[in-house]
Design a binder for this molecule. Structure first.
Ligand code: NAD
Length: 426
């Protein structure tokens, strides 16, 4: 049992190392294609700053548990760093590094005045009480307080973190700062300075990309069969938006299994029954595995859960003609190559999921100016941003004859490389 667990964690660490090295390889390729010298790659291949913290928490049973957390700041040449905080048992330093690089690329793609950051704590919030979670959230903010702040590094939610956790973190920072600091973190509840449309922003952005990709393939989203892997923040809103548009959502999943029905699932019922961690399949007996779901019949496949889901082992069996990555890093480099060779249109994570950081930026702008926008204003601005980014990347892919992922990296890395040069760093 112990040996099995150790083998699992070695496998997970290797997967995360692959995620980082494949991200670095695409960044290198993008910089070379843009004609930048090698020292620019040397600067951008790793975060500028990486902090590891240990957080002691008194648990409900009276024991003290020490949690490990990370905060990575990839590059702040353009502006403060920005990126979510993940609470997950599989968090590693390598994963956080890769996630911070992707945030830099996303900020470049949607042209925000930010660099990328990311944080994570190794924990399983599904096994923790509300009180323990609050203590951990506050402890993490105290531990990283020296390097974060509204003009330094602005956190946000990610896997297994939500607006309540953002509220505790904002409150802790405000107490230390002795000043109300809503601009310290985004993804807050509306009453604490959150933005309308933030909660569903990632899914909205993905929906816009799906519609644009379908147009390029002369496919109608109405009537198209869609599979969404993951039923959390990104996956559940996305399923709802696509269902409301007339798409047939034939499959969904969570960490415990998947549901598939070729006639279409009852999305409203599933949304009603899901818990706050995006779990719903536990209520059913007729589930299939996530692996089976990814290879099931559909027109559009949206991985919206975790990394490394489409690999060289299953890329040949994917039935969809469009794959849109709502999750960060769901497709390996080998699988990207296979899907592209098979003529499948792959819309990469750094573009498709950039709606979240875009509306996080809108939230921060509203906090700084103290004047708040309506949901319609936010949606209009998000729509314009995503359409512009999608078309810039699609056109780059066409004119430079590269896949959408490399095109997205080329668009995403340019501003950061230029800013680093103007500052005289390289
Ligand atoms: P979430 O915590 O709300 O939901 C995660 C979902 O994935 C849950 O349904 C969970 O059961 C499922 N899941 C967890 N582990 C799994 C596994 N091993 N196999 C299959 N399913 C698993 O998280 P979220 O915010 O929806 O994020 C999902 C993905 O989208 C992540 O990759 C995240 O980085 C990315 N993303 C999220 C946002 C955002 O604003 N929420 C923005 C950009 C990117």
């Amino acid at each position: 049992m112990v040996a099995e667990k150790a083998a699992d964690s070695t496998k997970e660490a290797k997967k995360q190392m692959d995620v980082l090295s494949s991200t670095q390889a695409v960044v290198k390729n993008a910089l070379e294609k843009l004609g930048y010298p090698d020292e620019v790659y040397e600067l951008l291949k790793e975060p500028l700053r990486m902090m590891t913290v240990r957080i002691p928490i008194k648990m409900d049973d009276g024991s003290t548990k020490i949690f490990t957390g990370y905060r990575a700041q990839h590059n702040d040449a353009v502006g403060p760093t920005k990126g979510g905080i993940r609470f997950h048992p599989d968090v590693t330093e390598t994963e956080v590094k890769a996630l911070s690089m992707w945030m830099s690329l996303k900020a470049g793609i949607v042209d925000l005045p930010y660099g990328g950051g990311k944080g994570g704590i190794i924990c399983d919030p599904r096994d923790m009480s509300f009180r323990e979670l609050e203590a951990l959230s506050r402890g993490y903010v105290r531990a990283i307080s020296q390097i974060v702040g509204p003009t330094k590094d602005i956190p946000a939610p990610d896997v297994f973190t939500n607006s309540q956790i953002m509220a505790w973190m904002m409150d802790e920072y405000s107490r230390m700062d002795e000043f109300n600091s809503p601009g310290f973190i985004t993804g807050k509840p509306i009453v604490l300075g959150g933005s309308h449309g933030r909660e569903s922003a990632t899914a909205k952005g993905v929906t816009i990309c799906i519609n644009e990709a379908a147009k390029k393939r002369n496919m109608s989203v109405k009537g198209a069969k869609v599979i969404v892997q993951g039923f959390g923040n990104a996956g559940s809103f996305l399923s709802k938006f696509l269902h409301d548009e007339g798409a047939i959502v034939v499959g969904i999943s969570d960490a415990y299994g998947a549901l598939y029905d070729p006639e279409g699932l009852d999305i409203d019922y599933l949304l009603d029954r899901r818990d706050s961690f995006g779990t719903v399949t536990k209520l059913f007996n007729n589930t299939i595995s996530n692996k089976e779901l990814l290879e099931s019949e559909c027109d559009i496949l949206v991985p919206a859960a975790v990394e490394n889901q489409i690999t060289e082992d299953n890329a040949h069996n994917i039935k969809a003609s469009i794959v849109v990555e709502a999750a960060n890093g769901p497709t390996t480099m080998e699988a990207t190559k296979i899907l592209t060779e098979r003529g499948i249109l792959l819309v990469p994570d750094v573009l498709a999921s950039a709606g979240g950081v875009t509306v996080s930026y809108f939230e921060w702008v509203q906090n700084n100016q103290g004047y708040y926008w309506s949901e319609e204003e936010v949606e209009e601005k998000l729509y314009a941003t995503m359409i512009k980014a999608f078309n810039a990347i699609y056109d780059t892919a066409q004119t430079r004859q590269v896949d959408m992922r490399l095109a997205a990296y080329m668009v995403g890395v340019r501003k950061m490389a230029e800013a680093s040069r103007f500052r005289g760093w390289v």
